[in-house]
Design a binder for this molecule. Structure first.
Ligand code: PGA
Length: 260
């Protein structure tokens, strides 16, 4: 039913030489896995050219809420699409905490990505303080509700949800498969009310490494990963993609790669 998906979030890293070298070291997406690379926008066109002929797809890490306008420094979802992107990471915790993106703005960006024909990858996740105070589920549900309550069911087609506990991002502290699965199951249940639970891919993100990836991907509701730091190493990223190929969800799916 659901095909495995592994997404590289390069954040604000890399340059032209890095991309040439990464493309020569990384082979191709393993059979049964959709692989998406989200480079800095400035290098999107170079990435598309560097991987031409392979099954790799591309995404951006952010989009503006509107298609054009006097918004110095912003880039529209339509522009990303024009450059070859098919996916857009929406509401990453760094966007929320460092750039002041509220749930309402995240919801607008989700719609902006859909409008442009990009597949949104909506990030949700709680802080350590929220988890310690027993509010992890409530936090994630509120983040989901902000988008899902305003999105008609068709808007959720081709969308992906990434559960990224903030305390695990870039810290080396990966959530255990049990902790991640617990939240993924809750997210899937929430999607059930929107009628898209079975088809929506749910990714785990937060310090995924090659050696722990297989255990995470084996969990029933984890369909792949959103990978930050480890995606900058072609060998480590290839190993993570291979781990997704071996996970049960990858065994039985039709190809959902591409835009709607
Ligand atoms: P990390 O980043 O793998 O470096 O923790 C994940 C992310 O921020 O998407």
């Amino acid at each position: 039913m659901r095909r495995a998906l592994v997404v590289a979030n390069w954040k604000m890293h890399g340059d032209r030489r890095f991309i040439t070298s990464f493309a020569s070291q990384y082979g191709d997406a393993p059979v049964g896995v959709d692989v998406v690379i989200c480079p800095p926008l400035a290098y999107l066109a170079q990435c598309v050219a560097a991987f031409r002929g392979r099954r790799i797809r591309f995404g951006v890490q952010n989009v503006a809420t509107v298609p054009s306008g006097a918004l110095t420094g912003e880039h529209a979802a339509e522009m990303a699409r024009d450059l070859g992107a098919e996916y857009a990471i929406i509401g990453h915790s760094e966007r929320r905490s460092l750039f002041g993106e509220s749930d309402a703005i995240v919801a607008q960006k989700f719609q902006a990505a859909k409008r442009a024909g990009l597949n949104p990858i909506l990030c949700v996740g709680e802080t350590l303080q929220q988890r310690r105070s027993g509010r992890a589920h409530a936090t994630v549900h509120a983040q989901l509700a902000a988008v899902l309550d305003n999105a008609p069911a068709p808007a959720l087609e081709h969308a992906t949800i990434a559960y990224e506990p903030v305390w695990a991002i870039g810290t080396g502290a990966t959530a255990t498969p049990a902790v991640a699965q617990d939240m993924h199951a809750a997210i899937r249940e929430r999607l059930g009310r929107a009628g898209v639970a079975a088809r929506t891919r749910l990714l785990y993100g937060g310090s995924i490494k090659a050696d722990g990836a297989a255990a995470l991907f084996a969990a029933a509701d984890i369909d792949g990963g959103l990978v930050g730091g480890a995606s900058l190493d072609a060998t480590a990223f290839a190993a993570i993609c291979c781990a997704a190929a071996c996970a049960p969800c990858a065994a039985t799916t039709n190809d959902t790669t591409g835009t709607q």
